[in-house]
Design a protein around this ligand. Structure first.
Ligand SMILES: [Zn+2]
Length: 615
């Protein structure tokens, strides 16, 4: 695999900042130290937070940094997915951690959120440590009215590994074992999806989709339907017991986004982004010489697919140049990461698929980010690299500024720097191709980015509507009622309804034959209301990117401050310096138009020059 001449071999992680290996005896020693510190913490601070909140917070920071060392096991697991030793160690450490955390730490959040506001206000005045942690404290207190009693919370934490979450854990194992018959061969689910994207034969793609859809209708679909019921049922219980106003309230609160911003996001994507995506797919059909697309053609490659291979060193150079053109601070952070060997990129056997960035603040307040990917050399991979490095620079700036308790941005704007880095790199690559006059490669780059944006914005909001429906929202998305146990047939029906809301009526742009059971493999539904944040993050970044020219030289320092804020501000506070307001529908419409809208128009223009247009 590494004979690909892309020069990826030497880019492997150096994880020695954590441990020397999975058998390093220090792992168990750290677990023991951690247990002892949690126990001591409980003994020292329980029922005493009103007097000792400052020192307690400093201790939580220390404990947190020690616990961060154990992230090592997760990183090792990504490099050796099937290694039984790593797997066993990971399960063992997870179990011990949730046990000791449930036993000793449950009181902390409960007691902190229950503190009298007058006492807290006094502490903000008199204790500089407490003042420093004000955003952290206030964020925890958002959930003040939603906690249950301590024994109940403690029992729930201890049982969390054996609750609804265990259904989705087994779901992944079940999916990994799926076999899909195709042309007399058995394919894994992953391989089947890959054929849907890679195959240049429409008949072959349609046949593959039929097989996939049938497998989804079998035992796996039944299991999936039951998993969804476990999730919607347990969420409904939480809503009732914890007194949330609706099933999405808890997620919106932890995302630090007001409900109305989430609503206008859904509205703008349905009304503005969905028609744009249909415009794109009509053009795609024209390029493929088809009148309408089958659902199996949705991700098919276009005829001008770009096969250029870019060496990894070249990719780094492109990304660094793009980053530097905008901020030397950000480029500097990337250079340091390369020096410290924090990138693992060759697609070798045993690694998990995909890409991610994992960041920690280690003892001594040392921040470290680790980028993981499978680099195959396409322009798409270069953008993935830019994306993950964006996460890394975000975490580095926030980690240094805010420390272990407040660096992590909520999911909904954790994507800011990554999408931004990707957009900067995209524009750099685009400019290069324009100068080279390579229109086909340019079309490939633009269409790839459009499809990416559609999949992040339109598709995720269609997922979100499916979720809202199965959690009890009515088809016009106005009121909530108790979720019910849906049969496979009922889930199919809801799935097709929401798909049509975004991709058009049957035969309009797409036909939906063999697409009705595809809800069954979307594992994101197992983290309720997780998906809308993808669209939120992407559009927010596009809106922000569009402010770059408007603000000129003033943009970089404002932007770096936004990144440094980490988890200390909510969406409204973060965007205020840029004059942006996410509760206003226009904010989202602008985000859609400056990204997706502009690209679709460019694609139409380039296609027309090639003699291809939609009548
Ligand atoms: Zn990301």
């Amino acid at each position: 695999m590494s004979k690909d001449n892309l020069g990826t071999e030497s880019y492997r992680w150096d994880l020695s900042v954590f441990y020397s290996g999975i058998d390093d005896p220090q792992i168990d020693k750290d677990l023991e130290i951690l247990t002892e510190r949690y126990r001591k913490f409980n003994e020292t601070y329980k029922n005493k937070l009103a007097e000792k909140l400052g020192p307690a917070l400093l201790d939580v920071e220390e404990i947190d940094m020690l616990a961060a060392k154990l992230n090592y096991i997760g990183l090792q697991q990504s490099l050796n997915v099937a290694d039984p030793v790593v797997k066993a160690k990971s399960a063992d450490v997870d179990r011990k951690l949730s046990d000791i955390y449930g036993e000793y730490m449950t009181f902390f959040d409960l007691e902190m959120v229950a503190l009298d506001q007058a006492i807290l206000d006094q502490l903000y005045e008199t204790d500089p440590t407490v003042k420093k942690f004000k955003p952290y404290i206030e964020y925890s207190r958002v959930f003040k009215n939603h906690y249950l009693s301590e024994p109940v919370e403690s029992a729930l934490t201890k049982r969390s590994l054996f609750g609804p979450g265990s259904w989705s854990e087994f779901f992944d194992e079940f999916e990994a074992d799926l076999e899909i018959e195709y042309k007399g061969e058995k394919k894994t689910f992953e391989e089947a999806l890959n054929i849907l994207t890679e195959s240049k034969d429409p008949e072959e793609r349609a046949a593959m989709l039929k097989q996939v859809d049938q497998v989804m209708a079998g035992p796996f679909g039944k299991y999936s339907a039951q998993t969804l019921y476990m999730k919607t049922g347990s969420t409904a219980l939480e809503v009732k017991d914890r007194k949330y106003s609706h099933p999405m309230a808890s997620r919106n609160k932890s995302n630090r986004i007001p409900d109305e911003a989430v609503e206008v996001l859904h509205k703008a994507v349905t009304e503005v982004a969905a028609p744009l995506s249909q415009r794109y797919y009509r053009l795609k059909a024209a390029h493929l010489g088809m009148k309408t697309l089958k659902w199996s053609d949705r991700n098919a490659l276009l005829p001008f697919h770009d096969d250029t291979k870019i060496s990894f060193d070249k990719a780094l150079e492109i990304v660094l140049t793009a980053y530097r053109s905008f901020s030397s601070t950000l480029a500097g952070i990337v250079e340091t990461m390369i020096e410290h060997r924090r990138l693992d990129v060759p697609p070798v056997k045993g690694k998990r698929s995909g890409a991610f960035c994992s960041s920690v603040v280690l003892p001594g307040r040392k921040t470290a980010s680790f980028v993981f990917m499978n680099y195959f050399g396409s322009r798409y991979d270069v953008m993935t690299l830019a994306h993950e490095l964006g996460h890394a620079v975000h975490f580095t700036l926030a980690g240094e500024a805010q420390g272990p308790l407040m660096y992590s941005a909520p999911m909904a704007y954790a994507e800011t720097a990554s999408v931004f880095g990707e957009a900067t790199t995209f524009n750099f690559l685009k400019q290069q191709l324009i100068e080279q006059g390579d229109k086909k490669a340019l079309l490939a780059l633009i269409s790839g980015t459009i499809e990416d944006t559609i999949n992040t914005v339109v598709r995720q909001i269609s997922f979100s509507n499916f979720e809202r429906r199965i959690h009890g929202m009515d088809p016009s998305y106005t009121t909530w009622s108790e979720p019910k146990k849906h049969s496979i047939g009922e889930l199919d029906k809801i799935w097709l309804e929401v798909t049509r809301e975004f991709y058009g009526n049957d035969g309009d742009v797409f036909t939906y034959e063999n697409a009705e059971h595809l809800w069954a493999y979307i594992s994101h539904f197992h983290s309720p209301f997780y998906v809308y944040a993808y669209a939120f993050g992407q559009l927010l970044s596009h809106s922000l990117y569009a402010q770059k020219d408007k603000f000129g030289d003033q943009f970089e320092p404002l932007y770096l401050d936004l990144l440094r804020a980490g988890g200390t501000k909510d969406a409204l506070e973060l965007l205020k310096p840029f004059g942006l307001d996410p509760t206003n529908e226009q904010f989202w419409i602008d985000g859609i138009n400056v990204g997706l809208g502009k690209l679709v128009a460019e694609m139409e223009e380039l296609s027309a020059e090639m003699g291809i247009s939609v009548k």
